[in-house]
Design a protein around this ligand. Structure first.
Ligand SMILES: Cc1cc2nc3c(=O)[nH]c(=O)nc-3n(C[C@H](O)[C@H](O)[C@H](O)COP(=O)(O)O)c2cc1C
Length: 168
């Protein structure tokens, strides 16, 4: 099974989770590619918040996101003003071979996990609008000062559901 993990990370939390997922999937003998969406310029806190609220396009360096080789794609984003980062939306719109591609989502944030349902709904709508097929498999993680505070207990269930997806 081949899995692509694509994520954006401004301060490292989402990258940390992406690497944990990669490692655990490899232990479970899946083939995994990790791709970081790279900003051209790191936005400051207020610029990031404003861009997220207005869903402004922010330029990224990557030009090649071919999803054709993956059975499942996992998309990861920080929460900015309750929403996914606009950098992730740019990826969705640039990515190729996504028609009907199954996608699961993870999101990091600083507020409690049960207060971030809106994030899941928005990213699901964005992904489906771009052409992906979301599979209602979401993993939310809470971070504080670079430390994972909550959500770690849900990682294995999230990954086990992904590993079952190939034949569904
Ligand atoms: C502009 C901005 C807005 C944010 N808004 C939220 C928010 O609405 N809810 C939340 O839980 N965390 C919010 N955060 C915190 C980040 O989502 C959190 O620190 C995340 O783990 C950062 O991921 P990263 O280190 O991969 O960039 C915000 C951070 C930034 C920079």
């Amino acid at each position: 099974m081949k899995i692509g993990i694509v994520y954006y990370s401004r301060t490292g939390n989402t990258r940390k989770v992406a690497k944990i997922l990669e490692e655990k999937l490899k232990e479970k003998t899946a083939e995994v590619d990790l791709s970081e969406i790279e900003h051209v310029k790191r936005p400051g806190f207020f610029a990031a918040g404003r861009a997220s609220m207005k869903q402004t396009e922010l330029p990224i360096k990557n030009t090649d996101f071919d999803m054709g080789k993956y059975d499942v794609v996992i998309v990861g984003s920080p929460t900015w003003a309750g929403r996914p980062s606009p950098f992730v939306k740019i990826f969705m719109n640039k990515a190729e071979n996504i028609k009907g591609k199954k996608v699961a989502v993870f999101g990091t944030g600083m507020s409690p996990i049960d207060k971030r349902e809106e994030f899941n709904q928005i990213i699901k709508n964005d992904l489906e609008h771009a052409g992906f097929k979301t599979v209602d498999n979401f993993l939310l993680l809470k971070f504080k000062k670079g430390q994972m505070m909550d959500g770690e207990q849900n990682i294995d269930n999230f990954l086990n559901a992904i590993l079952k997806m190939k034949n569904e």
